[in-house]
Design a protein. Structure first.
Length: 376
């Protein structure tokens, strides 16, 4: 698959691992439903699919049943099935397909499901992942997401390139790799440093940290609020735990707060630590590395690797590996571990980039690479 789709699917894996509701959007027939089904099958997961147009609000909000002088909202059978599936499967997901075809009343009922996981009087387990898929409103007569719903989910395009599809239809569509799911505690702990950075950014006097779009059409997608920045800290932390590169991390944040806000935060990190990733790649042997807190070096190295893998050339890979080796030989290999994991994952499918400087880094970080699944 071409680069852009690969990156979108990497972000999808991040959101599912972080347990952040995610929405996929494309024109009809692009393969969203097939991909989600294949991903859960590869992960031995249980997936409950519900097509919005086939349901009414009570299916999601609960079915009122008289109880003496009161009434109780009973959950639908699907919610009970999902709750039970958590104990028998490593992964369970609610797939809301064609979500915008059900109309405003259905979307309103779904808001409580997505936000609070409440169906009638029952709460869906925290382990249940929520995935949505939709076509643009004008493509299927549906409606756009409300700002309230849009600000609670990650927004991802799904555009399977024609050349990849043409090859796969002739040879067979490859099964996705199984999802990796870090523990909730690990994600919470890893998100704290990002929360600190975001908090500092919010108080730095930046304009637009919280920005409700003036353009109504932009309120149906990603935009920055305190809620989406909080989810963004979890997404960035999960990206690290999965060994994703810096580009994926920025795209994951952008899927929540919007691309512009994510890139401005990215620029803020550069100015904060004085470690421009482009300058590091241009001067790998001489760029001055910080001697203080490893967290700044960790972030800078991860971002440097993200730039190198975002537009991979031999010069970029050699430079990134040269810097990583300098860090390791300087007694701080832990600061470069995440970056080297991302390089190793890239090299599995791009062995043509394994040069002498790259081999040096592979030898220096062998334990890290082995922990990430090796080079095979």
């Amino acid at each position: 698959m071409e680069y852009e789709l690969v990156k979108s699917m990497d972000v999808l894996r991040v959101m599912l691992a972080a347990n952040i509701p995610v929405k996929l959007e494309s024109l009809p027939g692009a393969g969203k439903t097939s991909y989600i089904n294949a991903l859960f099958k590869a992960s031995s997961g249980y997936l409950k699919t519900m097509v919005a147009v086939n349901h009414d609000p009570t299916d999601f909000g609960g079915i009122p049943v008289p109880l003496d002088e009161f009434y109780r909202l009973l959950p639908g059978e699907w919610a009970v099935e999902l709750t039970n599936a958590v104990s028998t499967h490593p992964l369970a997901g609610l797939f809301l397909d064609e979500i915008n075809t059900g109309g405003r009343a259905v979307l309103a009922a779904l808001l409580k499901v997505v936000d609070e996981r409440i169906v009638g009087f029952q709460r869906l387990p925290d382990e249940v992942r929520i995935i949505m898929a939709m076509n643009p409103a004008e493509a299927n007569g549906g409606v756009d997401l409300t700002p309230a719903m849009a600000n609670r989910v990650a927004h991802l395009p799904f555009d399977y390139p024609l050349s990849s599809w043409a090859e796969a239809i002739a040879t067979g569509f490859p099964a996705p790799e199984a999802l990796v799911l870090p523990s909730a505690d690990a994600i919470t702990e890893a998100a704290l440093p990002y929360g600190k950075l975001i908090g500092e950014y919010a108080m730095s006097g930046i304009t637009g940290f919280e920005a409700y779009p003036d353009d109504a059409s932009k309120r149906t997608g990603a935009f920055p609020t305190r809620r989406t920045w909080t989810m963004g800290a979890r997404a960035m932390a999960t990206s690290d735990l999965l060994g994703m590169d810096g580009t994926t991390k920025v795209l994951a944040l952008g899927a929540l707060v919007g691309r512009q806000a994510a890139e401005e935060f990215d620029d803020y990190l550069d100015s904060k630590n004085g470690m421009d990733p482009h300058a590091m790649l241009e001067n790998p042997d001489t760029f001055p590395l910080p001697t203080g807190d490893d967290s700044a070096l960790f972030t800078a190295l991860d971002r440097m690797v993200g730039v190198a893998l975002g537009a991979p050339t031999q010069a970029y890979l050699d430079a990134a590996c040269t810097v990583l080796v300098r860090v390791a030989k300087g007694g701080r290999p832990g600061a470069g571990a995440s970056g080297m994991r991302a390089v190793a994952v890239f090299l599995r499918e791009h062995r043509e980039f394994i040069s002498e400087p790259v081999q040096d880094a592979i030898r220096e970080f062998k334990p890290v690479i082995d922990a990430a699944g090796g080079m095979e």
